[in-house]
Design a protein around this ligand. Sequence first.
Ligand code: 6GU
Length: 248
Amino acid sequence: MRIDVFSIFPEYLQALDLSLIGKARQKGLLEIAVRDVRDYALDKHRSVDDTPYGGGAGMVMKPEPWALALESVLPQGAEGQAGEDAPLLIVPSPAGRVFDQSLAYELAEERHLVFACGRYEGIDERVYDWAGAHFRVMPVSLGDYVLNGGEVAVLAMVEAIGRLVPGVVGNPMSLVEESHSDGLLEYPVYTKPASWRGMDVPDVLLGGNHAAIEAHRRAEQLRRTASRRPELLEGRSAADLSRADLAV
Ligand code: 6GU
C-alpha cells in the first residue's frame, strides 16, 4: 500500500518510522512518504496561509500550494473525473465521517491513500472541489473533539489501517482476538504469577479446558462491553450472540 501524507509539520509524522509500522516500511509492505506543503509554496517566504475572506478569526490555507502538492502524487497525465481507481484523499477533520474499525478495514484494501493535514482554520474550500476531479475525497474525524491539525489523527489512522495490511502484524490471530474485531471489547488478559498481591487469575484459565476458556472469555467480553460501551450491543439480536453468551 502506498501512503502520502502532506503537512506543514512533517516532524509530527516521524513516529511512523518506529515499531510495527516502521518495520513494515522497511519490508516494503507500506510505502509511506511524508511531504512538507511549504515545499509547494510559491513565494520566497514559503507562505501557505492568508486571511479569510469575509473576516473572522485565524488564517486559511491558500489553495495553490495544496493543488501543487496533491498534483505531485498523481500519476502523469491523470485528468478528468476521478474513477474508482483514483487515489483516495483523506481529509482529517472534526466535520468528517467518524473513523472506526470497520472504516480501518475498508481503507486497508486501498492501493493509494493520500492524507491532507490542514492547520489554522482549514484549507480553502475550492481545493476540495478541484481535488474531486482527481481523487476520491473523504473527510474523516477521529471523534467529537477538536485537534489543532490533522497530524495526530493521521498517526492514529495510519497505524490502525497499516496493521491490517497483510504481513504487517506477524501473527494474524492477534487481529482476530482484539477489541472491535467482532464488535465487542477484548477479554481481560493475565500472566504469571497466578496469585499476585492477593488477587488470583480466574481458575478456568489455569486448566486446559479450551472450550471452557473460550466460553469464559466470551462472557467476559460481553460483560465488559455491556458495562463500558453498552451502545455497542444495541441492535445485536440474541441469535447474533452465541449460545455461550446466553448461558452467562
Ligand atoms: Cl481527524 N482532525 C482534526 N483537526 N481534529 C479532529 C479530528 C481530525 N478528529 C477529531 N478532531
